[in-house]
Write a protein that binds this ligand. Structure first.
Ligand SMILES: [Zn+2]
Length: 120
C-alpha cells in the first residue's frame, strides 16, 4: 500500500466549495480514423470540493510499481478503465500505463480532512 500525500503548498481556498472530493486519474484514448491512430490523453486532475475545508489541492507525484510488469512510474500516470458490461462491469482507477494491468498497485490518497485543520 502506497500513500499518496497531499502537496501542502498547493492547498488554497476553493471558490466552488460545496461538493465532495473527486479524483480523476487520467485516461488515454486511442482512436483510429482513416487509418491514422490518434492517441489523446486526459490529464490527471483532482477536484477537491470538500465541505469541511473548502480547499483545492493536488497530490505529490509519487513513484509506484506495477505488480504485474514491475515497471515504475508516477501515480499521476495511472489510467482508469472499465472492463466487461452490465452487472459484470469492473472499474479500476489503477490501470498500469505500461502494460494495461487492472488494479496494478494499491494506493490510498491522503485525506484532506486530516491536514485541513492544520492549515486553516
Ligand atoms: Zn504494468
Amino acid at each position: 500500500m502506497v500513500i499518496i500525500k497531499i502537496d501542502k503548498d498547493s492547498i488554497k481556498e476553493n471558490p466552488n466549495a460545496g461538493c465532495n472530493t473527486y479524483v480523476f486519474p487520467g485516461r488515454t484514448t486511442v482512436e483510429e480514423k482513416d487509418g491514422v491512430i490518434i492517441k489523446s490523453k486526459e490529464l490527471h486532475r483532482v477536484y477537491s470540493l470538500t465541505r469541511e475545508g473548502k480547499l483545492l489541492f493536488s497530490f505529490i507525484p509519487t513513484e509506484i510499481e506495477c505488480s504485474e510488469c514491475k515497471e515504475k512510474f508516477l501515480h499521476t500516470e495511472l489510467e482508469s478503465d472499465a472492463m466487461g458490461c452490465g452487472d459484470d462491469e469492473f472499474w479500476s482507477d489503477a490501470v498500469c500505463p505500461k502494460c494495461g494491468y487492472f488494479d496494478c498497485c494499491e494506493i490510498e490518497y491522503e485525506d484532506i480532512k486530516s491536514i485541513a485543520k492544520a492549515v486553516s
